[in-house]
Design a protein around this ligand. Structure first.
Ligand code: S3P
Length: 172
């Protein structure tokens, strides 16, 4: 079984994904890290050198390669993965999708560090970032909300979120 964690930058896909994988005895993959390894440069470098469309093609190829894999795996997707082409449908038919939902002010706080490695929000101050999230999140949620399972993560501890995911997997 493959579990895809989806959601906006900063919502905790990677840290929650690692924990869920450890607790369930699943393998773990972070899509950004996997693409960085395959390309031999970081995400910011890929955007700068090859452009965003190339990065989106890398995401798509990686997703397609996961459709055929055996075994139990937790995948932390990049925030833009569900919102390009029919990636959301591919994930929904490959495995289980879980949307880690968070409000714009909470995302801004959580993105206090790590803006520079994310080309979409590089160099933004808090005000610009809040405005960017408020502007883009509604469009992205049209895709995120197609997830099999949505967890409201605002103010929630990691353990609570992991328990919810484990409970969902047991009953599905
Ligand atoms: C992006 C999110 C990033 C990364 C890239 C683009 C996006 O991943 O894939 O910077 O478009 O939302 P995280 O959500 O892990 O930060």
């Amino acid at each position: 079984m493959v579990i895809f964690l989806i959601g906006f930058m900063g919502c905790g896909k990677t840290s929650i994904g690692r924990k869920v994988a450890t607790q369930a005895g699943f393998r773990f993959m972070d899509m950004d890290r996997e693409i960085e390894e395959r390309c031999g440069m970081n995400v910011a470098g890929i955007f700068e050198r090859h452009g965003e469309p190339y990065f989106r093609r890398c995401e798509r190829e990686l997703l397609e390669s996961l459709a055929g894999q055996d075994g139990d795996l937790v995948v932390s997707t990049g925030g833009g993965v569900p919102c390009h082409g029919d990636n959301m449908d591919v994930m929904n038919s490959t495995g289980r999708t879980v949307y880690l939902k968070m409000s714009p002010p909470t995302l801004v706080k959580r993105l206090e560090h790590g803006r520079d490695k994310r080309p979409k929000i590089q160099g933004m101050d808090d005000g610009a970032l809040l405005e960017y999230i408020r502007r883009t999140l509604p469009g992205r949620e049209e895709y995120y909300n197609k997830a099999h399972f949505v967890i409201d993560c605002d103010g929630a501890a990691d353990d609570y979120i992991c328990r919810h995911i484990a409970g969902y997997l047991e009953s599905n």
